[in-house]
Design a binder for this molecule. Structure first.
Ligand code: SAM
Ligand code: SF4
Length: 315
């Protein structure tokens, strides 16, 4: 699907729940207890099927914590069987991942696991009670099963140089990608102590020149590097200091069934309302296409903050 600016929109991120078993301070507002009227898996599969017919080839399952929803692993498998969908990936905090890995192996093209620090107490504080051991065990088991792992490391106000060095050292020792992500002004908290450029400079000082990997700069939001002697890679997703809207290829489906053309701007299309009012497949396809047509040129985070947290939109 080409949008008005000629960008090929081929990537759908689906939030399958707005519930979470953790409480990351920058994502979930304190005291959040809401629960959206979620799309059923059947409704989401229908959207996937129709989107694939329009040119979506990659799907990411996310949330909230996607693995909190019963049947999430089977849903990933079902999506992978939709004709035209070549890549299915999952974003998770890892707390429940291990028990689902046998079902997910062979289905996922990759698994993103969130990890903002390697210090147990700090992890607990950032996540509102999470266990670093559980997240680490999940990371190693995912690798052991041969599923490519990307670590999402958000540089929030709690993040410091030691975190950057500790996390980078995981990519030195293991064949995974550590991605440093600038915190966007979405949800309850914004601001940071280190931006992507500063983390980059810190790592170059420690590991020497970071050579860009040819196939990873410009292909997606992460600019990737493989320092000498590293088993894995380092990536930077820097929406604040290095805007990548011109190559954005994604749509987002919120857990309550709104299709968002952009994290920041553009009018969401209420697919749930359409499905439940009996819209035909061609009307639904038309609605999906209209979201693509409404994709803004530049949803640059500096244009304003988004109150609705990432756990609702689907990160
Ligand atoms: N619960 C899962 C997890 O934590 O991986 C999936 C959903 S979570 C919303 C997806 C990703 O969004 C996480 O890596 C999280 O750190 C990130 N995130 C949350 N709020 C963010 C923000 N304001 N800016 C950038 N990333 C954010
Ligand atoms: Fe939950 Fe993920 Fe948000 Fe943390 S970042 S509160 S794990 S949805």
């Amino acid at each position: 699907m080409l949008d008005a600016l000629g960008r090929d929109i081929n990537y759908l991120r689906m939030s399958i729940t707005d519930q979470c078993n953790l409480r990351c301070f920058y994502c979930m507002p304190a005291g959040w207890s809401g629960r959206a009227d979620l799309l059923s898996f059947e409704e989401m599969l229908k959207i996937c099927f129709l989107s694939a017919g329009l040119g979506i080839t990659r799907v990411r399952v996310t949330g909230g914590e996607p693995l909190l929803r019963d049947g999430a692993a089977k849903f990933c498998k079902d999506i992978s069987l939709v004709p035209g969908i070549g890549h299915v990936s999952l974003t998770t905090n890892g707390a429940l991942l291990q028990r689902h890995l046998p079902e997910l192996a062979g289905v996922l093209s990759s698994c993103n696991i969130s990890l903002d620090t390697c210090q147990a107490e700090k992890y607990k504080t950032i996540t509102g009670g999470g266990s670093l051991d559980k997240a680490m065990d999940a990371i190693f088991e995912t690798l052991r099963l041969g599923i490519p792992v990307k670590l999402n490391c958000v540089a929030s106000t709690a993040f410091d140089e030691q975190d950057a060095l500790d996390l980078a050292s995981l990519a030195k020792d293991y064949p995974l990608t550590v991605r440093f992500i600038e915190l966007m002004p979405i949800g309850p908290s914004s601001g940071a102590t280190l931006n992507g450029d500063q983390i980059f400079a810190l790592l170059e000082k420690r590991y020497g020149r970071l050579e860009p990997m040819k196939d990873s700069v410009g292909g997606g939001p992460a600019a990737c590097f493989k320092p000498k002697g590293f088993a894995g890679k380092i990536g930077f997703i820097s929406p604040l200091t290095s805007n990548f809207c011109s190559s954005c290829n994604r749509l987002r489906l919120t857990a309550d069934g709104r299709l968002k053309p952009c994290l920041f701007l553009g009018k969401p299309v209420d697919l749930k309302a359409l499905i439940r009012s009996g819209a035909s497949d061609s009307e639904l396809k038309e609605a999906i296409s209209s979201a693509v047509k409404g994709k803004p040129q530049d949803g640059c985070p500096s244009k304003g903050a988004v109150e609705e947290g990432m756990f609702r939109i689907g990160g």
